[in-house]
Write a protein that binds this ligand. Structure first.
Ligand SMILES: Nc1ncnc2c1ncn2[C@@H]1O[C@H](COP(=O)(O)OP(=O)(O)OP(=O)(O)O)[C@@H](O)[C@H]1O
Ligand code: SF4
Ligand SMILES: [Mg+2]
Length: 374
């Protein structure tokens, strides 16, 4: 069974597939703070975003910034603590388990570690076929499982094997086949290739691309570095300490990163030219990710940003929408022209807690090590 698709009369789906509006996921800290004050881990904090049919959104940020939590909110493996989540226009933020069943077939998740996410005591046929009773393929289960295994490049004759009899890359293909079994519209891929050998990563990424073209799937592709998502994403969202700091058409992000944090992430991608490589390394963010229990005031990146000024420590920058659909939340944006600044508006997806003033001049490229102290 798949969720009925609302159409605009021409047969094409109407509106976005997925919408996040000020979505929030706070985890209470056991025991709280001094004097029993309630403390929370701000894992996902006021994130707004939308995704259309057939689109791939790359979601990138360093470890602990909230990518998996956001992925789990979107697929409703956890219930967000604030904001709204809509799937084809239906608000599913707090939908209970029984009513969620009809959406479970439309949204699937593929996990980072195929070893841990597949039941070692079940045969691959059982794992892949587990959700088939929810779909039209349930009637002829074995035929459908064999077809799914073929579709992900596995030998259908291996239907009775156990997960440990496959290689890492093959196990991830099993995870993809399990997700495909219920004919989803959206698959959230949480670092699907991070645990695989580099030589295998490209094969799995290519498979995902082929499946998307054949089946018209939408993907949210989570990764911790920007090199993995470059060739698979239509747009890329960069996340820092629970917030989205930049959302851009994919190629533009690599050509013209606006947010200093994105610049630092790009600096972490190895490049063969030693001079360019040294220059990039100099711009990489220094220090540790601050605690998500006590995130910095103003811009959350201010404690590590080489071009931070006083306003950055006081006012949270709004997401600014630049011409061409590029959004970034920074008071001192990099790589923007006077024309970009004139055409900029406050994005409707800005966090509720952010200020209103838009940047008026381009930021200065970092020239030395460590945060500026202006
Ligand atoms: N169930 C939970 N209870 C309390 N805190 C949590 C829980 N799940 C995640 N967190 C915290 O929320 C923050 C975001 O974690 P999350 O796993 O979403 O990050 P991530 O970006 O996926 O990191 P990684 O790249 O390491 O997978 C972290 O500080 C993490 O410790
Ligand atoms: S310049 Fe300011 S607003 Fe922009 S990323 Fe740095 S600290 Fe944040
Ligand atoms: Mg994660």
């Amino acid at each position: 069974m798949t969720t009925a698709v609302a159409t605009d009369g021409s047969g094409a789906p109407a509106g976005p597939l997925l919408e996040l509006e000020h979505l929030q996921m706070l985890f209470p800290v056991r025991g709280g703070g001094p004097g029993r004050t309630k403390l929370y881990v701000h894992a996902v904090d006021d994130v707004s975003l939308s995704l259309t049919d057939g689109e791939t959104l790359g979601l990138v940020g360093e470890s602990g910034c909230g990518k998996t939590t956001l992925a789990r909110c979107i697929t409703r493996l956890v219930k967000p603590t604030g904001g709204h989540l809509r799937f084809r226009g239906d608000d599913i933020t707090t939908t209970g388990p029984r009513a969620m069943r009809r959406y479970r077939t439309s949204m699937q998740m593929v996990f980072q570690d195929p070893q841990a996410s597949l039941n070692p005591r079940k045969r691959v046929g059982q794992i892949v076929g587990a959700g088939l009773h929810l779909t039209s393929g349930g009637a002829n289960r074995e035929t459908r499982v064999r077809e799914l295994l073929r579709q992900v490049g596995l030998n259908p004759e291996h239907i009775n094997r156990f997960p440990h009899e496959f290689s890492g890359g093959q196990r991830q293909r099993v995870g993809v086949a399990r997700a495909l079994a219920v004919e989803p519209a959206l698959i959230v891929l949480d670092e699907p290739v991070s645990a695989l050998d580099v030589s295998i990563q490209a094969q799995v990424v290519n498979l995902l691309g082929d499946l998307q073209r054949t089946l018209g799937l939408s993907y949210i592709f989570v990764a911790h570095d920007l090199s993995v998502v470059r060739h698979v994403s239509n747009r890329i969202a960069v996340m820092y300490l629970g917030k989205l700091v930049e959302v851009s058409p994919a190629e533009e992000l690599y050509r013209k990163p606006i947010h200093p944090y994105t610049v630092s992430l790009l600096g972490a991608i190895p490049i063969p030219d030693p001079t360019l490589s040294r220059e990039r390394t100099r711009r990489t963010a220094k220090g540790e990710l601050p605690s998500p229990i006590h995130p910095p005031t103003g811009c959350r990146f201010n404690t590590r940003c080489p071009v931070a000024t006083d306003v950055c420590r006081e006012v949270e920058p709004p997401l600014t929408l630049y011409p061409g659909g590029h959004q970034a939340a920074c008071h001192h944006p990099l790589n923007v022209t006077a024309g970009d600044l004139t055409g900029a508006v406050r994005s409707v997806q800005s966090p509720l807690s952010s200020g209103f003033d838009l940047p008026t001049e381009a930021g200065v490229e970092p020239s030395g090590d460590g945060p500026a102290t202006a």
